[in-house]
Design a protein. Structure first.
Lengths: 249, 249
């Protein structure tokens, strides 16, 4: 079976790498950014092109949500399966006469980080059982956690990830702003952060909540508000309000 | 040197345990909750009392912020050092004629979790150099990260921890609510969460931000808002606003 990956960003690179590491050959990487393609091609020993898309049985589109529709039009072959990798798009965004599908890896990718692909969940959607099985077999070569999902479910998966990952990272940014302002190294907080995150591997986060809001410690809540301003103050108020609502304080 | 720990909660237990594990003897654990004291006493082989506070050179008060002042009055001896363990109180909350100090462990404690004490930062404040050295030596027996701090600095340390730990945990709670609503196991998100947190051991979180807000992806931002309500919607809006302000979008 011939597989082509379209795109030259982090998802394209990591997916291609994971396939190659697990004896799933990738026939070509196709994209617009020649410089990036050349780098990936060299690292992973996969041919690339910016001009001619190879004939393949499976095309995996790893480009930004905005470009998926446009890029999907480049595939003119009919007897093939096309998968996008977005958590936020239906499969009928794919605008060709081929079979449509989605292969959504639930992970945040950056080129510089090594990833443990085995534990990255893959969510699969396809139009028929055969295609579902094909994608499922491929993803299972990389990962232990391969599951089916609908578009509707994918939206909520993505939204959960925004809370648990994007927003969490932003809290780290705002926390670092506060510690930087006092010349306290942010590294001092890493054990605390690791402990906080380690806990939810064992306990439901709802039962792991600590801090002044869940204790309803008004003195500290007021003192903290006086130390904050602008967006950080808004976050402080919104989060405390939400904590107190959750625990009915 | 005789050391007494006052309190029977998580901080008292973990501090006593860390001292005992590192050959710093604790002469007594004192408190009101006999049941808890008995448990700690049995586990750590330290005598306890609910009635008679032993004579000691150092008393470490590990009780809730609200009780520190009241509890500190129980110590009538003058020639001794008393430390509270709060991140949010000045040392003159201690209401006796003894020498006053603070020994603040920057960590979230729960009795059931094993902790790597070595990497827990301890922040120390005392009235004179000798007491600072005494506390610093004791804390250094447990931890590699022992530092001085003022009350003012402690307030910001605590506030940073609220953002990086308490609020992060609450985001996990709200994220789990979303995944639960779709019957998606929250465990699927743990690799993503670990990756997100692993990153900030290497990169400034400001440079690790991903997600629809930093990409200014209005389609997804609007779609997500339609899936949310109440506190989660408020969090969604507040966090996105803060992200867009930080990156000047």
């Amino acid at each position: 079976m011939q597989t082509v990956i379209i795109g030259s960003g982090n998802v394209a690179y990591h997916l291609a790498k994971a396939f190659m590491l697990n004896a799933v050959p990738v026939a070509q990487i196709f994209g617009r950014n020649e410089q990036e393609l050349e780098k990936i091609s060299e690292k992973l020993q996969i041919p690339y092109s910016t001009k001619k898309l190879s004939d393949a049985d499976l095309y995996i589109i790893c480009v930004s949500d905005q470009s998926v529709g446009e890029v999907s039009r480049l595939i003119i072959r009919k007897d093939c399966l096309v998968a996008h990798t977005s958590g936020s798009l239906p499969i009928d965004i794919l605008a060709g006469e081929y079979r449509k599908s989605s292969l959504y890896p639930l992970q945040t990718f950056s080129k510089s980080k090594k990833l443990d692909y085995q534990h990255i969940p893959f969510f699969i959607e396809a139009e028929n059982e055969e295609d579902r099985k094909l994608l499922s077999d491929m993803a299972s070569a990389i990962s232990k956690n391969v599951m089916e999902s609908t578009y509707e479910k994918r939206k909520y998966i993505h939204l959960t990830a925004v809370f648990a990952c994007n927003f969490v990272n932003h809290l780290f940014s705002r926390a670092k702003e506060i510690s930087d302002s006092q010349k306290i190294p942010f590294d001092y907080f890493l054990p605390l952060i690791d402990e906080t995150v380690g806990k939810i591997h064992e306990i439901d986060p709802k039962y792991a909540q600590t801090g002044p809001a869940v204790r309803n410690d008004k003195r500290i809540l007021e003192m903290h508000e006086e130390l904050l301003e602008d967006e950080s103050l808004e976050i402080y108020k919104t989060m405390n309000h939400s904590i107190q609502k959750l625990y009915e304080l």
